[in-house]
Design a protein around this ligand. Structure first.
Ligand SMILES: Cc1cc2nc3c(=O)[nH]c(=O)nc-3n(C[C@H](O)[C@H](O)[C@H](O)COP(=O)(O)OP(=O)(O)OC[C@H]3O[C@@H](n4cnc5c(N)ncnc54)[C@H](O)[C@@H]3O)c2cc1C
Length: 512
């Protein structure tokens, strides 16, 4: 059942086995796995509820306003010579999963091995393999066929071929995708198997109740144990404060995303014992290069992302062929007035090449004045060098693929028309504060590990400070992944949910 909070006449109170906070890639998975195991589950989501029939008719502006946190305008403030990074996350039933390009990667074995060396042996590639396979079945992951490549992707492939760089087809969670190019504002055809149409549907079919527009303000504890949550329903009539709600639960699972999980845990009294809560934020800082081709590429026709290159993975950079909503591309064009208009007219001939970093840099999330956190981030010098190498490499690919001009992600940088100028730029010192960077994957702010004073949750996902309180979202990773985060988060949440399921079964057996 879905309860639309905004339509409720007042507050509510209920009792369940498991209360899940947040309905994104982590929360939805936990809800389904535990509801399917016969537990009573409720999911509380701050964002609104929209069915695919709703979001298929949203314009880009309407979609960002309704389904993105802060309309996509959360900023990580750069510390020292670091860029301000725009962080884009979801705030909707289904969380960021509704807004993905559908890209699916597993956590690379090398990263899992690092975590094993830190003592998390249950995360070995061998043990995680069946969990990844389970998630991929649930959300229908398959290789993207060549006929879904957009003109933008074709240019990426041409450039890679000319430079002798290997490319691989992207794996995505779609079925019968017709390449509408609108993935990041909610798939209009229902082809994308985001968690709202997969995991949450199954959770509801097994009796879970999903509440939209319900902001959890506190995890309620007694004697060092979580016993439920309290909060308020958003959208009170005529701006009135929302009515209060209270959920009593045997177990609380927080999956509010890496920006909000630490805030909720802090508001609930955690963070005294562990120094890690809200720290260690990684971002996968991303870059985009606009490639202006001599003729139309119509990058919006096809899958927004369908190929990638691991050419620079050894340097911590994943290179991605992509496109974005044309209005967004237009808004990022250089110049003002007539010059800007001239560039906007070239949107149909513009391709986008992108990349993301497996970052060493770290940031933190602290309580701000209102609802949203203050986020800060210090970019590591190694990441800065990788950022420049990454965007210069894709810019060179673009020129090799036939682009007449490239727009690189550096504030104040004029468009570049030849490879020599690009190579000079690549060798020159560039301030990190000039980078134009975007993040879709904030992670690691409630880290899993073996130390109660340096980590936030144990191997099962339970917090060290409060019993029966779990975390199951992108916050729990120990370090940056270097690949898109949704499948890693779903797999991690599955593992945590299965452990919880076994724990409930054990208690039932013992008390039977
Ligand atoms: C535009 C975009 C494109 C992306 N593309 C890809 C892609 O192609 N492939 C990929 O792998 N990843 C992609 N991602 C990233 C991916 O969506 C996220 O990494 C993932 O969904 C994060 O899962 P999560 O459970 O940690 O958090 P989220 O999905 O962010 O879910 C957290 C939810 O908790 C809710 N919440 C927060 N605080 C509270 C509270 N106090 N009370 C109640 N509810 C609360 C939030 O509103 C949110 O809905 C993309 C993300 C975006 C935004």
């Amino acid at each position: 059942m879905i309860v639309v909070g905004r339509e409720l006449a007042g507050g509510f109170e209920c009792s369940v086995d498991v209360c899940v906070v947040g309905s994104g890639s982590g929360g939805a998975v936990v809800a389904k796995e535990l509801a399917e195991a016969g537990l009573t589950v409720c999911v509380l989501e701050e964002g609104g509820y929209y069915a695919p029939e709703d979001y298929r008719s949203f314009s880009f502006a309407e979609s960002t306003r309704r389904m993105y946190r802060g309309a996509g305008a959360t900023i990580a403030l750069g510390i020292g010579d670091s860029p301000a990074v725009q962080i884009v996350t979801g705030r909707v039933v289904g969380g960021g999963s509704v807004l993905t390009g559908g890209v699916c990667f597993r956590v690379p074995d090398s990263v899992l091995d690092e975590w094993c060396k830190d003592g998390l042996e249950d995360l070995s590639p061998k043990r995680m393999e069946p969990i990844f396979a389970h998630v991929e079945r649930e959300i229908g992951v398959s290789e993207t066929s060549e006929n879904l490549r957009s003109g933008s992707t074709a240019l990426f492939v041409a450039g890679a071929n000319r430079l002798g760089m290997a490319i691989s087809p992207m794996r995505r969670n779609v079925e019968h995708c017709t390449g509408q190019g609108r993935c990041t504002i909610g798939c209009p055809t229902g082809a994308k198997k985001s968690v709202d149409v997969t995991y949450l549907r199954k959770a509801r079919a097994h009796g879970a109740v999903v509440y939209s527009d319900c902001l959890v303000e506190r995890v309620v504890t007694r004697g060092g144990k979580a016993i439920g949550v309290s909060g308020r329903v958003l959208g009170g009539s005529r701006g009135a404060p929302g009515a209060a709600f209270r959920v009593h639960a045997k177990v609380v699972v927080v999956a509010a995303g890496a920006l909000h999980t630490p805030l909720l845990l802090r508001a609930s009294g955690l963070g005294r014992r562990s120094k890690a809560l809200g720290e260690n934020l990684t971002l996968h800082p991303g870059f985009g290069v606009g490639a202006i081709a001599p003729s139309r590429v119509e990058g919006w026709k096809g899958a927004l992302q369908s190929v990638y290159s691991d050419h620079l993975v050894k340097d911590g950079v994943l290179l991605l062929g992509m496109f974005a909503d044309p209005s967004l591309v237009a808004s990022r064009m250089p110049g003002v007035g007539a010059r800007h208009r001239a560039y906007v007219e070239q949107v149909p001939s513009t391709a986008l090449f992108a990349g993301l970093l497996r970052d060493r840099g770290r940031g933190s999330v602290r309580r701000g004045f209102g609802r949203e956190p203050i986020v800060t981030y210090r970019m590591d010098p190694v990441d800065k060098a990788a950022f420049v190498r990454g965007f210069c490499t894709v810019a060179e690919m673009a020129l090799a693929g036939g682009a007449k001009e490239v727009l690189v992600p550096l504030r104040g940088q004029a468009p570049i028309r030849d490879v020599d100028a690009l190579r000079v730029l690549a060798r020159s010192p560039i301030e990190g504060a000039r980078f134009e960077s975007i993040s879709f994957h904030p992670l690691c702010t409630a880290r899993m590990g073996l130390s109660p004073s340096h980590d936030v949750v144990d191997e099962s996902g339970e917090t060290y400070e409060v019993e029966n309180l779990y975390v199951a979202d992108g916050s729990v990773f120990r370090s940056s992944l270097g690949v898109n985060a949704q499948v890693p988060i779903m797999a991690s949440a599955t593992r945590i949910a299965w452990r919880l399921r076994d724990r409930f079964a054990r208690i039932r057996r013992e008390t039977a």
